[in-house]
Each structure stands twice: as C-alpha cells, then as structure tokens.
Design a protein around this ligand. Structure first.
Ligand code: ADP
Ligand code: MG
Length: 457
C-alpha cells in the first residue's frame, strides 16, 4: 500500500504545516534539516544529521511533527527519528515488504545533500525585489565557479534565499548529476567542525570534514549570520581559500549585508564581498499576487482572484507567511468542504493572522510586556546596564520587535537609546541562539508573545 506514497511530497506538505506552528528559527535549523528516508511499518523514518539533533527533536518536537504528518498522511501512525548510523538497525529490526523504503534509503546515502524538488528556478516568481538575486543565481548555476564567486545573497527571513540556493543545486545536478554539491545550514558546518576536532589530535582537520567540505564542486552555506567561534571561522576561512583557488563555486546566504556581520572575522567579511553581493527585499503587491497564483496552481487549489488579492494585501511581511496563509485557507476550505470564492471565507480562515497584523502593536507594547514579565523598569531595559537579567530581557525585546514589526534595525537601535544597528543584529542573533539551545528561553518568548496578544486587544 505505501508503495504509492510519495515520501518527499508527504514530507514537504508536512513541513508546510509545521512551519505555521513553530518558531521560524527552530524550524529552519532543526526541523527543515530532517530528511525523509522511508516508511517502516507504519512509522515515517526521518534522518537527523546528528545525535544531538535527534535527541532534541525527540524531546521537544516529536508531537508537533507527528500531528502534522498524520494530518497529511493518515496511513502513518508516528515518526522515528534516527541518524544515518541507525539506518541498518531500522532496516533489520523492521523489514518492510515495500521496495520504496529500500529505494529511499539508497537515495539518501548516495546523495547526501537533499534538494527540495519544488525549489526550482521555474517555480521562483521574479519581481523587482528579487530579480538581481535570481539572475546572479542563474548565472552561477550555468557556470559554477566561473562568473560570480563567491555569490553572497542577503535579505530578511522568508524572502527566498534558501529557495534560490536549492534551485542552484537542483539546476546543476540536472545538467551534471556527478557534480558534488554540498549545501548546509551554517549550524551544521559548525557542528561538523566541532565533531571533527573532537575526533582528531592536535586540532588537525580529520579526513571526513575535509572530504565533505573541500572535496566538492560547489559549497553552499545557508544563514551564515549564525557563524560563530574563532576556530570554526578559521576552518571556514581555509575551506574558502582552498575552494576559491581551485575555482570551485561558493554561495552564502545571510539575513544582513556582509559588513553588518558583527562577530565575523574581518578576513572572512572581505572574502564574502570579493565576488558578487546581491540582496532580496520584500515583494511588492504584484509579486505577492503572482506568487499566490503560482502556489495555488501548484497545490491544485481553485481560488478566485478576489481571494488572492485579499490575501496579498493582508499579508505583506514575507513570502513564507504568504504561502502559509494560502495553505491555511486551503486547509479551512477542504475541512469545511467550501469553495475559496469570497473574502468572508478568507477572513474566517485567517482570523488570527489578520487580527495580529492589524492590532495596535508597537515597540512600546512589546517592551512593556517584556519588562512586566521580568519585573524590570522600562528605564532599566533602555539603559546601558548589562546585568544578565537586563541584558537578556533587552535581547528578547529586540528579537520580538524585529520578528513582529516591520521596522528597520536602525529604528530599533534608536528606540533602545541610540544603539547602532549592528548591536541590534548581535542582540537578536544572540537570543535566537539561546532559544535554540535552551528551551527555557523559548518558553519566555512564547509567554511574552501571549501577553502581547492579550494586551493589544
Ligand atoms: P529564506 O531562506 O529567505 O528565509 P525561503 O527560501 O525559505 O526563505 O522561502 C520561504 C518560502 O517562500 C519558500 O516556501 C519559498 O518557496 C517561497 N518563496 C520565496 N520566494 C519565492 C519566489 N520568488 N517565488 C516563489 N516562492 C518563493
Ligand atoms: Mg532560509
């Protein structure tokens, strides 16, 4: 029976649902990097890149993933998160009669980098906000290592950086399947590096790390703003030089311009800018409409122009949210067996999103909720004081403002007593990191978001 299940499609639909429910950073770093490996019995097998990712997913996100997965594919009853080392155990313990599982295990082993099939150049809608990044990526995919090396793509969350990187990967592999392309999130690069020096003497790079990152035709590092640690940066610097000298293509993405990468080694910053640096900005209304039309078509969702226009006007933050809104409307219509042909349906389906966007949210409201939560005075959070509590509360306020409000970083800096925007980026990234590594901080953020939602009504 599960011979007929398209596992990659099931997983990508599941990711769309999960994306609506978890913190963006957690989604990007932990959940999106799981790879579907097959179905064993009634369990959906997911491969985590590391033992610690596996444990973290099992501890905190198993329930969310299972609920989403079961709603996409009711045949599946649960998930089993394993690492590549466990593959043989799963296969031996629970042999399944279906070939599909074998196939997917093999697939996974041959090509370690998994490119989303739906992230192609053809499926990328071009508008004023992304046309230069698109053209640059296309040129790189046509002639890797020759034209723009490195290519550095930067822009806010949900604007298509990862999509473009996958499109480069898909495009090159289609023309030249033997090319070795490594695409990883920067967190994975750091993890790999740390693991590699733990397994060797004298801080020498071990062969596995070297093979993975230096013996490649194309290296793509996503979300380079998460790069940290002197030694990891050094490893990146040497990796860069070696690849660059042998004319291998390198592509980076980041949420800000290379010169704003505050904690980055200057030598790296200058390397990042030595090729072509392109940005992606927020899409205008025409692009948002075109994207919604494309996504509706891909999801076989019959939806009127009136509805498309309404969603495009209501959601103007980023493309991920735009896409999420459309999926939510589809889900609502499927569930209630109604057509998406009038605005009332959308208003009901997107009640939370639209209310959240139009409510009187402000930097003052966010900051006062943070202060109330940590029993601090507003003046303390604005001051230069750097006790642990004040510092962390300030970082949370900055993270929440940049996540919930479309204001430029300089404005946030001005609000917090004239701090410059690189300090703001640092504060935001620091807190994002803490949230990922310590569930206590994600609880704080969740509680404060609830407070904000209640207060603004
Ligand atoms: P980022 O990496 O910049 O945070 P992603 O690449 O993950 O953003 O994009 C978020 C979602 O929006 C993805 O599902 C992606 O396919 C979609 N998307 C972004 N830009 C476009 C575009 N120009 N055309 C079609 N889909 C897009
Ligand atoms: Mg991304």
């Amino acid at each position: 029976m599960n011979n007929n299940i398209d596992i990659k499609k099931v997983w990508s639909d599941t990711l769309n649902l999960i994306n609506l429910q978890v913190n963006q950073i957690i989604y990007d770093i932990w959940i999106k990097n799981l790879q579907p490996a097959g179905i064993s019995g009634e369990e959906f097998i997911l491969i985590a890149p590391y033992e610690n990712t596996k444990n973290l997913i099992n501890k905190n996100y198993k329930g969310i993933i299972e609920t989403a997965l079961i709603s996409v594919c009711p045949f599946v009853k649960g998930i089993n998160v394993i690492t590549e080392n466990d593959i043989s155990l799963v296969k031996d313990e629970k042999p399944t009669p279906e070939n599909v599982t074998e196939e997917y295990f093999n697939d996974y082993k041959i090509n370690n980098t998994f490119f989303e099939e739906r992230y192609t150049f053809d499926d990328f809608v071009i508008g004023e906000s992304n046309q230069i990044a698109f053209a640059a990526a296309k040129a790189v995919a046509d002639d890797p290592g020759i034209k723009h090396n490195p290519l550095f793509i930067y822009g806010g969350v949900g604007l298509g950086k990862t999509h473009i990187m996958h499109a480069i990967g898909n495009n090159i592999l289609k023309k030249t399947p033997n090319k070795k392309i490594i695409y990883v999130n920067t967190e994975i690069f750091i993890n790999d590096y740390i693991e590699s020096i733990q397994n060797t003497k004298n801080n020498e790079l071990n062969k596995e790390f070297r093979d993975k990152y230096r013996n490649v035709d194309v290296l793509m590092l996503d979300d380079i703003q998460f790069m940290r640690g002197k030694e990891s940066q050094q490893a990146l610097f040497h990796t860069f030089n070696e690849l660059y000298q042998s004319k291998k293509q390198i592509v980076f993405s980041s949420d800000c311009h290379p010169r704003e990468l505050n904690n980055m080694d200057d030598r790296l910053k200058s390397r990042f800018q030595s090729g072509l640096t392109v940005d992606i900005s927020s899409p205008d209304i025409d692009t948002r409409i075109a994207i919604l039309k494309r996504k509706a078509f891909q999801n076989r969702f019959n939806v009127s122009n009136e509805v498309i226009n309404y969603i495009a006007e209501s959601i103007n933050t980023n493309i991920r949210e735009l896409e999420g809104a459309l999926i939510k409307v589809k889900f609502y219509c499927d569930l209630n067996k109604i057509n998406a042909d009038n605005i009332d349906v959308v208003k009901r389906a997107l009640k939370d999103e639209i209310d959240n966007k139009t409510g009187p949210i402000s930097m003052g409201l966010i900051t006062s909720c943070v202060c109330e939560y940590f029993t601090l005075e507003q003046s303390e959070i604005m001051s230069k004081k750097r006790t642990k509590k004040i510092n962390e509360a300030r970082q949370i306020a900055i993270l929440l403002i940049s996540e919930l409000m479309p204001v430029p970083l300089v404005t946030i800096g001005d609000y917090f007593g004239g701090r410059d925007h690189s300090t703001i980026i640092h504060a935001r990234n620091k807190m994002s990191e803490l949230i990922i590594n310590d569930s206590q901080y994600s609880t704080y953020v969740k509680d404060i978001k609830n407070m904000i939602n209640i207060k603004k009504k």
